[in-house]
Design a protein. Structure first.
Length: 128
């Protein structure tokens, strides 16, 4: 089975030696998406709500590049620099994912790349 490296133009470029996503068979695996503006490659979002929206938009772009979508995500992992932001992230997350929700883990970590507050990764099914 071959793998396809995903590098969508409407999502941030990788900031290290990794791919934004990889498509293998009928599955898309994304790297953790942080709230980088894909046009400027800078973190412009300041609040947890703004950062969550941008991270999810980036996640959506990677999934769609691989032929998947947010509606076909089966698992996400949400990394938070402060678990007290869980409710705010959950509210935004609920705008992007609807019934039936993917499985999810939410984890507080000591730090995230570029000092952001949230990073989200996903596994999606290909719908093409």
């Amino acid at each position: 089975m071959s793998k396809e490296i995903l590098a969508p133009t409407n999502a941030p470029k990788a900031i290290g030696p990794y791919s934004a996503g990889v498509k293998v068979g009928n599955m898309v695996f994304t790297a953790g998406q942080i709230p980088l503006n894909p046009e400027t490659m800078k973190v412009e979002a300041e609040t947890i709500e703004e950062q969550t929206h941008q991270a999810l938009k980036n996640l959506q772009a990677v999934l769609e590049e691989g032929g998947s979508s947010l509606a076909n995500v089966v698992k996400t992992t949400v990394f938070l620099s402060d678990l007290s932001n869980y409710a705010a992230v959950n509210a935004i997350y609920g705008e992007y994912f609807t019934e039936s929700y993917p499985a999810r883990s939410a984890i507080q970590v000591a730090a995230l790349p570029l000092g952001v507050m949230v990073e989200i990764e996903a596994i999606g099914l290909v719908t093409e």
